[in-house]
Design a protein around this ligand. Structure first.
Ligand code: FES
Ligand code: FES
Length: 127
């Protein structure tokens, strides 16, 4: 199956690969797996006291589309508020990367990773 140019571009030059120190109180982590294929994505966000996402990093063990989806969302979330980041939909990711139907679940993984990280943020705020 052919990957789109945008997928290949992110796959070859992934943005923001790596991880933050999870003991840093401003860091939250979203770790999700795709039941369809077993791929795993870890997305970390560094969130300021004002609720703005200052930085993001990812590690994805998976296919090219999953890597491209996570690379893309790290770019998208930077500078956004947590509420804005929560509105990112897998359909936006799939459209931007021109993912074919069989690869839609890879973009869902990225949306789920954002949600999981933001859930951790909320539960930290509630404390
Ligand atoms: Fe290989 Fe997803 S497990 S493409
Ligand atoms: Fe499963 Fe891409 S994440 S094939």
């Amino acid at each position: 199956m052919a990957y789109s140019e945008k997928v290949i571009e992110h796959y070859e030059n992934p943005r923001n690969v790596g991880s933050f120190d999870k003991n840093d109180p401003s860091v939250v982590t979203g770790m999700v797996g795709a039941p369809a294929c077993g791929d795993v994505m870890k997305l970390q966000l560094k969130i300021g006291e004002d609720g703005i996402i200052e930085d993001a990093k990812f590690k994805t063990y998976g296919c090219g589309s999953a890597i491209a989806s996570s690379s893309l969302v790290t770019e998208w979330v930077k500078g956004k508020s947590v509420d804005e980041a929560a509105t990112i939909k897998n359909a936006d990711i799939a459209e931007e990367l021109a993912l074919p139907p069989v690869k839609i679940h890879c973009s869902i993984l990225a949306e789920d990773a954002i949600k999981a990280a933001l859930d951790e943020y909320k539960s930290k705020q509630d404390k």
